[in-house]
Structure formats: structure tokens, C-alpha cells
Design a protein around this ligand. Sequence first.
Ligand code: G3P
Ligand code: CA
Length: 295
Amino acid sequence: LSISTALSATAEFDVQGHRGCRGLMPENTIAAFTHALKLGVDTIELDTVVTKDGVVVINHEAYLNPQRTRKDGQFIREKILIKDLTYEVLREFDIGRLSEPEDWPEQTQLDGQRVPSLEEVLSLVDEYNDSHGESVRVNIEIKHFPDRPSDTIDLKEHVHKVLEILLEKGFEELATIQSFNWEALKISKELEPSVQTAALVSKTNLDKSIWTAGLRLRNFGFDIGRMLASIGCSVISPSYSLMTDGWVESAHQSGLKIIPWTVNDLQEMERLIDLGVDGIITDYPDRLIELVSNR
Ligand code: G3P
Ligand code: CA
């Protein structure tokens, strides 16, 4: 299957590469984003936190994870909060290998991978779009944990910094702000209404997400689509394990797209496509692109 065939076949369906393509390359690295673009994803999914000196960087946790972070060739022993490191110091760590690579057997192990900045990734996507005549999007998660607020910088400042970079790089039409913390989505819409937002939903976080946004599900007839439309959301992204046709109906009736995460199993991908989802977030965009292209 050629890349151009894959691209045209998935035009209406949003193939999102989770953390770039976590199943194939070290997550949230330039190597993962470059490979995801090469495979032909429609959207790159990534996670953001902010350093001590205010640089928005790409990392899944608020801290450097000992399971995939090395310094001078040795895995670090303890979690190190990113908000306590300057960008320069953060770049001394290598995030290209796993301490237990057997957990991700198809993931290429690399040396010399640094935590990228958001700006760096947007430049990469921009160059790709320019040179290929494409409009690959970026789905940017705001990592902020209401029960551990001191792990990260102030939420409003975080969202503000991300939006500032999006505007500077001309990405407002090609970006989505996503979060489990729905307050981040409200803040984003207040600061920059033109940037679309996506509400993440997990089995265990739904109550907390609703609470962070100051909402009450019962005020919306227990219709989650209606509730999210009220805060200007464009997308609902539930954990795939929650997905039933009720979710699709609720989202579509309120004019929202529904794009579940993180789906790696082919049968599950098929089930969700049959339910009518608008896209899927996957660690293996190669599998999803092939599936969608052959349907
Ligand atoms: O975008 C959905 C997904 O990335 C949310 O979960 O923990 O992988 O960031 P997580
Ligand atoms: Ca994420």
C-alpha cells in the first residue's frame, strides 16, 4: 500500500498517531512524529508540560519517567518533575529506550532522543505539510492533574503558553486542545475561541472532569454531548472501553465528533468504525491506515 493511496483512502476519517506512534517508535519523540508523518497519519497526538523556564515540551507525565529516561547511559532511578528543570538541563536526558522493551516489542529502540519542545514539533509538521501539500493536524493534550496541582505550572498559564505558540506558528486552524481536565478546555475557548477543543473521558475520571469544568450532567438530561457543546467543545474522546452506540449518538446529535483512544487491536478498530466514530487514536497508525484503506 503506497502512502498516497493510504492518504486518499482515509480522507474522511481521522487517523491519530498516539504519542506519534508509540507502538513503533519511542513515544513523544521527533523520531515518533517523523515516522507517523511518513506513515500518513491525519493527526499527531501528543502531551504537553512546561519547564521551569517556561518552555512547553512534549512529555506524557509531569515528570521524567524512570522506565524510559537515561542520563549518561543509565536509567534514572527516580521521577524528576519537569517543572523543576530548565529546558537546557531537560535536554541532557535521553528518552529513546525502554527499561523493559519487551512491553512494546515492535518499538524501535534509539539513542540520542531528547524531550522535544512544542515549537520544534510544530515546525516539523509545518515543513511536512508545506512539502507534501497536506494539512496534518496536531492534537495537543494539556497535562494538568487537579489532585496534584503542584506537579505542574498554573493551568491558565500552561494553556496560554500553548495557544501563544500555536498562534505564532500559524497552527490555530490545524490544532486541537484536549484534556481530561475540562477547565483547560474552558480556559482555551475563553482565550482563543478559534482553536477547537476535545474532551477526554476515562472510566475513572468522568466525575472529576465534569467537576473541573463546574458542570452538572443532570442539568443536561445526562446527555454528555449536550453538556460538552455548552462549553464549546468540538470533539469527545472517550476511552474505547466505554464506547457504545449511545456515545456516538449523543456526540453527533450535538454536532460533536467522537474520536476514542487508544485502540491498538484490529477487531476493536473495526467495531468502533462500524459504530460510526469519526476517527481513532492509536499507537499503531500503520494498522489503522491499512484497515481504513481496505474497507
Ligand atoms: O488523547 C487520548 C490519550 O492520549 C489520553 O490518554 O494517558 O495516553 O495521554 P494518555
Ligand atoms: Ca495523551
